[in-house]
Design a protein around this ligand. Structure first.
Ligand code: SAH
Ligand code: SF4
Length: 333
């Protein structure tokens, strides 16, 4: 599907046609222009011939029957992954913002690929459109969107913001900003811009270590954005938006999961608006996931110190659709 081509054709038409087409695509979720009966037949034919609505994809279903991964083929032949998680009656779509990622975090499969290219706004929003069409067949809809797929959203800020505007638009898909979350490895300028542009979006910061020494070993970009600055930007974000702020912490055995490190983390997260999501490391090759008993100990230390901590449910690790396992291959385990 190529939104650029669609826009180009519609730009030569009366203005209201673009609005009509937008509603057909995003509200009625048509997947073939033949269904666009509100458009004049000549325009319909032209769109059908030159700007197909087809989204080329292959779907993989998790053993838990709650997680689904789709490998979408883009116009230039590259592919990108998006995941649908169906949990407790809520459908959450995890989208990618880049093909690959330039930041090379040591624990992340996407990071190992390097950056192929940024995704356009159309290519980002198309991932959600794909699942919206899929769910429509069961009379269900997308409830939440998380930017936790491939790539660093704040290194592709404009296109991510452009996609959010499409997804959020009441005349189109109409997903409320409070149901959209962006996860960042700690790109401060992006956090600042987001607080201005869309303060109702949920922000998640990937921390993974309670001090710079360890963080630097795991997340190379931490050199540019030291913890002190990341935490200051987080504080500003919380103060400006008065919204809860999520910190992600993947639990890697004997690397960042000790009781001492939990205490250090608790000190760092001394703000009533902060909470931590503990994510047990998904195997990508180099490290070992923390033992469940150690995760519990770690969580207890945080809770006792007054820091809210949750353990994130693990989706789709058998289809390599879990966090950090997305690498654009069919399966990579
Ligand atoms: N680039 C952004 C968003 C995409 S990654 C970021 O880093 O935040 C989404 C989440 O998956 C991040 O919290 C990331 O740290 C986490 N993640 C990456 N590799 C992982 C792995 N192997 N196991 C568990 N979580 C992982
Ligand atoms: Fe990029 Fe996020 Fe993976 Fe780090 S964890 S390499 S920032 S996608």
């Amino acid at each position: 599907m190529d939104f650029g081509k669609i826009d180009k054709i519609l730009s030569g038409e009366k203005k209201f046609r673009a609005k009509q087409a937008g509603q057909l695509i995003w509200r009625d979720l048509i997947d073939d222009w033949t269904q666009a009966t509100t458009l004049p037949s000549e325009l319909r034919e032209k769109l059908k011939a030159e700007a197909s609505l087809e989204i080329k994809a292959e779907i993989f279903t998790g053993k838990d029957m709650q997680s689904f991964k789709a490998l979408l083929t883009l116009e230039d032949g590259l592919s990108v992954e998006t995941v649908l998680m169906r949990h407790q009656g809520r459908n959450t779509v995890c989208v990618s913002s880049q093909v690959g990622c330039p930041l090379g975090c040591l624990f992340c499969a996407t990071g190992k690929m390097g950056l192929k290219r940024n995704l356009s706004s159309g290519e980002i929003s198309e991932q959600v459109l794909f699942w919206a069409r899929y769910l429509k067949k069961e009379n269900e809809r997308v409830a939440n969107i998380v930017f936790m797929g491939m790539g660093e959203p704040f290194l592709n800020y404009d296109n991510v913001f452009g996609a959010i505007k499409i997804l959020n638009d009441d005349n189109l898909l109409g997903i409320g900003a409070r149901h959209i979350s962006i996860s960042t490895a700690g790109i401060i300028d992006g956090m600042e811009r987001m607080a201005e542009d869309m303060p109702q979006i949920n922000l998640a910061i990937s921390l993974h270590a309670p001090n710079d020494e360890l963080r630097l070993k795991l997340i190379p970009v931490a050199k540019k954005y030291p913890l002190e600055q990341v935490m200051a930007a987080a504080g500003d974000y919380a103060a400006k938006t008065n919204r809860k702020l999520m910190f992600e912490y993947i639990m890697i055995k004997d690397i960042n999961d000790s009781v001492e490190q939990a205490k250090e983390l608790a000190t760092l997260l001394d703000n009533r608006l902060y909470f931590v999501n503990l994510i047990v490391y998904n195997q990508t090759g180099d490290f070992t996931p923390s033992e469940p008993s150690q995760v519990k100990k770690f969580k207890d230390v945080l809770m006792k110190a007054g820091v809210q901590a949750l353990e994130r449910y693990r989706f789709g690790d058998d289809i390599a659709g879990a966090c950090g396992q997305l690498s654009g291959k069919n399966t990579d385990l």
